[in-house]
Design a protein around this ligand. Structure first.
Ligand SMILES: [Zn+2]
Length: 320
């Protein structure tokens, strides 16, 4: 493995470092719109009952988590998804996939609890779902090749696809994305427990041919496009660890403090529609030289529309 041989002679810091890539402002705006959508979806389906409905499964009263009852008051009503009143299906982590034209293909949530499985992560569930859906619907444009040569085979299926995930991916999910040859993965919060596995896989699978993409998706921390909520979540998680001695990121993602950050992003998504965009007409240039179908203005429309669809479909419990 040529890349591994190369890195064996270098300090580990080079293997785990973020991949340097200057993101143009226009593209930053596009990433921001999708990221706000993802945070809005997590906020909508937020559930802080990590140990069951109304925390009734707690072995003892805990002050670690915010209570859903606190989240909505007559003075501060917070209209939420159905799950708020329900049991805890999984952690407050979501992911969705965007095709090369800019359309959102589908979403999924972490479902570890409902399936009593440590593998039911949002990204893994999402990608398995996208592979399944491709068997019945190939309307989205995911390939990096021209129409004439595009292929729906599993090896190429995700090569034009960007995954947005609210939490940095683990080894399992990075592995699935690599097997699917996904283009890039944007994550909105760093997970120190994943030891930069996404960066490592990206660097080890990079091609020496600059025109060929790495097998692993390029990881993009939302800080790379100046997403304020990335640093906010990082900071609040740091404070949570210090105050509680609990270093579980999924416990942090049950707190009211974390929820308020997601709610803020949800507000910003809806404000964007009124305030306007800086680069409404910009379209992403694709590898082939053609442009993506959606401009940033269209992406915002797409995201607001997808949010409505998601609010209806909500927190489905599918086995994939
Ligand atoms: Zn994972």
């Amino acid at each position: 493995m040529p890349k591994l041989d190369e890195y064996l002679k270098k300090p580990v810091s080079e293997l785990v470092a973020d991949s340097p890539r200057v993101i143009p402002q226009e593209e930053m705006e596009r990433h921001k719109i999708y990221s706000l959508l993802l945070m809005s979806m997590v906020a909508f389906n937020w559930n802080s009952n990590k140990r069951g409905i109304d925390d009734s499964q707690k072995p003892s009263p805990s002050k670690d988590y915010g209570s859903n009852l606190l989240l909505s008051t007559p003075e501060k009503p917070v209209p939420r998804g159905k799950s708020l009143k329900g049991d805890y299906l999984g952690h407050n982590i979501a992911a969705f996939a965007v095709d090369r034209d800019g359309f959102v293909i589908d979403f999924d949530f972490n479902h570890n609890e409902i399936f009593n499985s440590s593998t039911q992560h949002a990204e893994a569930r999402l990608l398995n779902r996208v592979f399944s859906l491709n068997q019945i619907n190939d309307s989205w444009n995911v390939g990096a090749q021209s129409e004439a040569t595009s292929s729906n085979s599993y090896g190429q299926l995700l090569q034009g696809v960007t995954i947005y995930t609210s939490l940095e991916s683990c080894a399992q999910c990075s592995g699935i994305m690599t097997l699917g040859n996904a283009k890039e993965v944007v994550y909105l919060q760093e997970d120190p427990g994943q030891y930069k596995i996404g960066n490592i896989m990206f660097r080890l699978t990079e091609s020496s041919d600059p025109n060929r993409k790495a097998l692993a998706p390029r990881p993009i921390a939302a800080s790379a496009f100046g997403f304020n909520y990335y640093s906010a979540l990082s900071e609040k998680f740091g404070e949570y660890k210090k105050a509680t001695g609990n270093s579980s990121i999924t416990s942090f993602l049950c707190t009211e403090v974390a929820f308020l950050v997601f709610i803020e992003a949800e507000k910003e998504l809806h404000q964007l529609a009124h305030n306007g965009l800086m680069f409404p007409d910009w379209k992403a240039k694709l590898v082939t030289g053609s442009e993506s179908q959606l401009s940033n203005r269209d992406v915002l429309e797409e995201c607001l529309g997808f949010y409505k669809y998601f609010a209806v479909k909500g927190r489905r419990g599918t086995p994939h």
